[in-house]
Each structure stands twice: as C-alpha cells, then as structure tokens.
Ligand binder design. Sequence first.
Ligand code: ZN
Ligand code: FE
Length: 255
Amino acid sequence: MPFVLHAVPCLADNYAYLIHDPSSGATAVIDVPEAAPVQQALTAQGWTLTDILITHHHDDHIGGVQDLRAATGARVWGAGGDAHRLPPLDHALAEGDSVTIGHETGHVLDASGHTVGHIAFHFPEAKLAFTADSLMALGCGRLFEGSAQQMWDSLTKFMDLPDDTVICSGHDYIKGNAAFALSVDADNPDLVARIARSDADRKDGKPMAIAPLSLELATNPFLRATDPRMKASLGMPRASDVDTFAHLRALKDKF
Ligand code: ZN
Ligand code: FE
C-alpha cells in the first residue's frame, strides 16, 4: 500500500510534509518549519512520528526539528556535508544514499543551487519527490549559495524522473511565480490554464506547493529553458540550456 501524504501548512507560506506507511505504521516528516502544526497534524491523523528528513539548513525548514525530536524521539536524517549547520543528525546522507520509511525506500539526490548541500528525496514506489527550495511549484529557489550550473544540474535530475512523479516543494509562492511565468511565456496555453485553475484550487484547500512533474515540465518557466520557443522569446535562440536558465533566474530576481 502506498504512502498517505499529508501536507501541513507552517509559518507564512511553508509546508511540512507527512508521509505515512499504513502497513508498518512508520511516519516521516520532510522539513519542520515549526513543531506545533506538525504535532497537531500527527495527533489528528493518529500517527506516531518515526523519522525526520531535512532538505537544507535554512531556519524556515529546520526551525522545529529539535522540539519535534525531543517530543517524539524520531530519527533525524540530513546532508552529512551540511552537518555543521543542521540540528544533530542520526543519519548523514549524500547523493546516492537511501532512506527507508516503513516498506518504502527513498533515494537521496543532491539538489544544490539554492544552498550548497540542499538535498531532495525521491520515493519511486510512492511517486513522490520532496524538492523543498530547489524545484518549486511554477518556480525554483533563489541562488543564495550555489551557481546557476549547480541549480540547473539539480533541475535536470528532477526532469528525468517519471512524468507522473508528484513534486512536493517547500513554499506556496504560486502568485509571484505565476506573474513571472506569464511575463516570459504568455503564449503557453498549459501555463494559462494552470494559472486560471489555481484560484479555484486554493479555495478548495489544495496545497499550492504540490504539482505533478508533467505539469511542471509544461508550465514551469525554468524547466522550459530547454524549449527553443522559450529561447527565441528571450532573444537568445542559440543559447545553451544552462545559459537560458541563468538568464531566466536573473530576470526573476529583478522581477
Ligand atoms: Zn531555503
Ligand atoms: Fe525556504
């Protein structure tokens, strides 16, 4: 039986994600912006936390880890290379490592760019990828520490996952991301349709930070750096994918 996924809104626009394996009872949380809403969700679902998975060192992703670990005794998994700026880890991870939650195995991907040492978790059986501030809904994270090449390398790993993978990202930035996407890709009918749907989805209480990879591939302006039409509309028809991505990222920073 696949994981049950439960998104927990935290702080102003962050999400923590709970995944629960009904057959074993194992429950993991991916990122803990703050502990209280995660604990409330665990109580409401009747789940016992076994594992805490950390994507990167920013406080809006780890602020509640220590309290949640103290309250639950859950194991903490995070990037070994970033251990000096993360809460104490029980398991130090690097790209290629696995995490086991109940009966499912997740693969660790290096997703550097936003920070150096940002990791992501892909659970192929559950068709879930937790990308935090690397690949985001209709966007990608700012380059605070890494280079455009590093972020592009990270994004291409996600682009190569199966199309029906559900991307669970760290923030609801959909409004600002939609405005930017339209500014560079207004003739994209999939983009226009996605944005038209998003207000209704929000009213229905759908977590706006979650979308299938197929939709990101069709609408996310940063992933569309590979598309000749995007390059042409930016006036750089012969640019490489990474240079097109870097140009889009710089435009978004000023947007
Ligand atoms: Zn961040
Ligand atoms: Fe963040």
